[in-house]
Design a protein around this ligand. Structure first.
Ligand SMILES: Nc1nc2c(ncn2[C@@H]2O[C@H](COP(=O)(O)OP(=O)(O)OP(=O)(O)O)[C@@H](O)[C@H]2O)c(=O)[nH]1
Length: 607
């Protein structure tokens, strides 16, 4: 038996990072008896190690709670946890589409922040009923009245009846549950219509294969049913249906308005894309649900094993990770200097770092990650043998002959930054330095809301970190892509000991090339250890060197006395010095430590 629509409530919790979403979710689970105190681990919804360590939610999870309200009725509450970082915005959007309402958690000491706003607007777009929850009222710095005023002024939501809570201390939990039942509307749907369900999330489970989270809109999903994914066009036989309480529980069916999981002997998450519509294969719905969007990786980098013998291990590990994350892409790549590896695509730099960290930590791999790059569009003129064409460039090392390039286009974003007044000046300078175009600037209650258009390339590497450090953590930031635009862009090569290092080459704006080149050389100078010989580090555009640093020799330079002598003699001497040394990853005899590749891109204070 499925629960009647009137007794179902589907809601998510939206919040800025660290405002207490996961802690509140855990409390709701605990209060409704989903888990005994002993079963509650530190945080049940954030179930990946890295999520716990970084304190961020990556994959959306849904928990079904049974709550007997003060009206004496028992309700089925489906709580969706949503990721909080800009890199995972699409997953947030899908989760929101599966709900009728949201708890808006705002930190009583921090107040409304940019991510809160971005999520609230999305939630409002989905016609949600939003219940403000002012959390962390136990903190000495809590200022409930100020936060209420902010919710009303900035977001435009009535905050008089906001729930006052401390998720940590367990205050206001029942009030939050009552608000869910009384203020959030039940789902609408037609249990007798043909099956229409939204694919909200999918992940790989070693025992069950691909697990798919669905929100049934109309009809019923049953074990043994033949289903069809309308976008993918594939059909599958459902072998399990169930829900999480948060323990996995098997059911016989998931009815209209409900959220639950299915398995259907699917091997690869790429076959179950978030946003697809699930219908009955024999009695399909006339129309798919709106809003399906293929998520595209925006940041690319190469990943190579430090030890060439680990290539197969890297391939297997990447394949395993990909099983659980269809938004991450990879293809084989070979480089003269680095050997065999993979070119991988990510939703953002945080996504990249998470995957890199998992490969290193969970799969015990020693990796070299090349300079991340966004995707450029190139217009190429015709040659004797080839017609004019447009190509996408994922790897700066593949840049064609500049003479053939008619135009280079780079991706742009619109960013909304939210910052207390006193940090406004430095933030505007940062945006300006990153080639930003200011679109809007408004003040709301001592804070500025700034809208900028920026080239993604200038944001991807360390913009977020810089923003946080300039504003002592108070600025917040959210963005979406707004398409490609032509730019005066050039490829900058980095030469270490006169050898170009492909993995460090990057595409830069001509106007900032010199500053960037100088910055790169200076940072590399610190990152590369001293060797037996002097190492020139140069940044060059085409054949022209635009910046240079030199790493002094560690001890007496044995080649110094051969100036004017021939190159082979120099080489012999160097070979001799190298004898007996461990083989290292080398570029023209220079060993570059792996952290140098990303670290060199962090632009620091100079840009
Ligand atoms: N003092 C106090 N601290 C709280 C309260 N609720 C949560 N915290 C703390 O705030 C920090 C962030 O809480 P989380 O629940 O992980 O925040 P989150 O919003 O889920 O963060 P993301 O998953 O990154 O979006 C943790 O250190 C919590 O212990 C509260 O009511 N009072």
């Amino acid at each position: 038996m499925t629960t009647p629509l009137s007794h179902i409530r589907n809601f998510s919790i939206i919040a800025h990072i660290d405002h207490g979403k996961s802690t509140l979710a855990d409390r709701l689970i605990q209060f409704t008896g989903g888990l005994t105190a002993r079963e509650m681990s530190a945080q049940v919804l954030d179930n990946m190690d890295i999520e716990k360590e970084r304190g961020i939610t990556i994959k959306a999870q849904t928990v079904r709670l049974k709550y007997t309200a003060k009206d004496g009725e028992t309700y089925e509450l489906n709580l969706m946890d949503t990721p909080g970082h800009v890199d995972f915005a699409y997953e947030v959007s899908r989760s929101l589409a599966a709900c009728e309402g949201a708890l808006l958690v705002v930190d009583a000491a921090q107040g409304v922040e940019a991510q809160t706003l971005a999520n609230v607007y999305q939630s409002i777009e989905h016609d949600h009923e939003i219940v403000p929850v002012i959390n962390k009222i136990d903190l000495p710095a809590a200022d409930v009245d100020k936060v209420k005023a902010e919710i009303e002024d900035i977001i435009g939501l009535p905050a008089d009846d906001a729930v006052l809570a401390s998720a940590k201390a367990g205050i206001g939990i029942e009030e939050a549950l009552e608000a869910i039942v009384t203020r959030i509307p039940p789902p609408k749907g037609d249990a007798t219509a043909p099956l229409v369900a939204m694919l909200v999330d999918s992940w790989y489970d070693p025992y069950l294969g691909v697990v798919i989270l669905v929100r049934v809109v109309d009809g019923v999903l049953k074990k043994g049913q033949q289903i069809k994914f309308m976008q993918a066009g594939t059909t599958h036989l459902i072998d399990r249906v169930g829900c999480f309480t948060p323990k996995r529980e098997e059911l016989t069916e998931i009815g209209a308005g409900e959220i639950g999981f299915i398995t259907a002997q699917i091997k690869d998450v790429a076959q179950a894309r978030v946003g697809d519509t699930v219908t009955d294969a024999k009695k399909p719905a006339a129309q798919a649900l709106p809003g399906f969007k293929e998520v595209q990786p925006v940041v690319f980098c190469g990943m190579f094993p430090t030890d060439a013998n680990d290539f197969e291990k890297l391939r297997e590990s990447i394949q395993k990770l990909r099983l659980n994350d269809a938004s991450f892409s990879f293809e084989m790549e070979s480089s003269a200097a680095l050997g065999f590896g993979f070119r991988c695509g990510f939703l953002g730099l945080l996504h990249l770092e998470i995957i890199q960290e998992r490969l290193t930590r969970e799969y015990d791999l020693d990796l070299i990650t090349t300079a991340p790059s966004v995707v450029y569009k190139l217009k190429l003129g015709h040659t004797k043998n080839e017609a004019a064409k447009e190509i996408e460039l994922h790897n700066p090392a593949d840049m064609p002959d500049p003479n053939r390039i008619d135009e280079i286009q780079e991706p742009w974003i619109e960013a909304v930054i939210y910052v207390p007044d006193e940090y406004l000046g430095p933030i505007l300078k940062l945006c300006q330095d990153r080639r930003g175009v200011q679109k809007n600037l408004t003040y709301v209650g001592g804070r500025a809301q700034i809208t900028y258009e920026l080239p993604l390339n200038e944001v991807v590497f360390d913009f977020y970190d810089r923003l946080k450090s300039i504003s002592r953590g108070y600025a917040s930031f959210d963005y979406h892509q707004i398409g490609h635009r032509p730019g005066d862009l050039v490829k900058m090569s980095i030469l270490v000991n006169n050898e170009p290092v492909d993995a460090l080459s990057m595409i830069v704006h001509r106007g900032t090339a010199e500053t960037r080149g100088r910055g790169m050389c200076e940072r590399l100078k610190d990152l590369i250890p001293r060797h037996m010989f002097k190492i020139p580090i140069q940044a060059a555009i085409g054949g022209k060197v635009i910046a240079r640093e030199t790493i002094a020799a560690l001890r007496k330079d044995v080649t110094a006395k051969c100036y004017g002598g021939d190159a082979t003699r120099k080489k012999k001497l160097l070979e001799k010095q190298k004898e007996g040394k461990k083989r290292m990853r080398e570029y023209g005899n220079v060993n570059i430590p792996q952290e140098a590749f990303i670290a060199a891109l962090r632009m620091g204070d100079d840009a």
